[in-house]
Design a protein around this ligand. Structure first.
Ligand code: OFO
Length: 169
């Protein structure tokens, strides 16, 4: 059976992953409202990945004979002004999630739960990728500013993102 302290931080992580999905969906809706449908697709695909992240932890707790807790999911932030500000929020949020994943790793170490320590490595790598993705879009938005042609091309490019179901095994 899974260690109780480790189970608690994993349950908190499920909640954060589903909150992330909510946040990305709110961003996606905003992008649709202002006509940036490619940005909307990108954030909607990210929301689906966040749901996968939560589901993988849920399945893992069950596999370890633990108990899944369903905490309340907060309403997402909706203070959105422009693509650059939103991607800066994404990076800030992903850094927060990275810290949270690191805490799961630390707790697994403290409690000598090697199975969870191994499990959470997938999330550690995933966070490196998510922060890099957000940083990449921020860099390009800073480089091109609000210049319409560049924004149009970036919107087209981000709209190509395809959802691929995430799995850690
Ligand atoms: Fe689940 O990685 Fe983003 O939040």
């Amino acid at each position: 059976m899974i260690n109780e302290k480790v189970q608690n931080v994993l349950n908190q992580q499920i909640n954060k992953e589903f909150y992330s999905a909510y946040l990305y969906l709110a961003m996606s809706a905003y992008f649709d409202e202002i006509g940036l449908h490619g940005f909307s697709t990108w954030t909607k695909v990210q929301a689906k990945e966040e749901i996968d992240h939560g589901m993988i932890i849920l399945d893992y707790i069950i596999e370890r004979d633990g108990k899944v807790e369903f905490g309340q999911i907060e309403s997402p932030d909706r203070d959105f002004n422009n693509p650059l500000q939103i991607f800066e929020k994404i990076l800030e949020h992903e850094k927060f999630v990275t810290e949270s994943i690191n805490c799961v790793a630390e707790m697994s170490d403290e409690e000598c739960d090697l199975a969870t320590r191994h499990f959470i490595n997938w999330y550690i790598s995933e966070q490196v990728e998510e922060e890099a993705n957000a940083r990449d879009v921020i860099d390009r938005l800073k480089l091109f500013g609000d210049e319409c042609a560049s924004l149009y091309h970036l919107d087209k490019e981000l709209g190509q993102r395809q959802y691929v179901q995430h799995s850690y095994k």
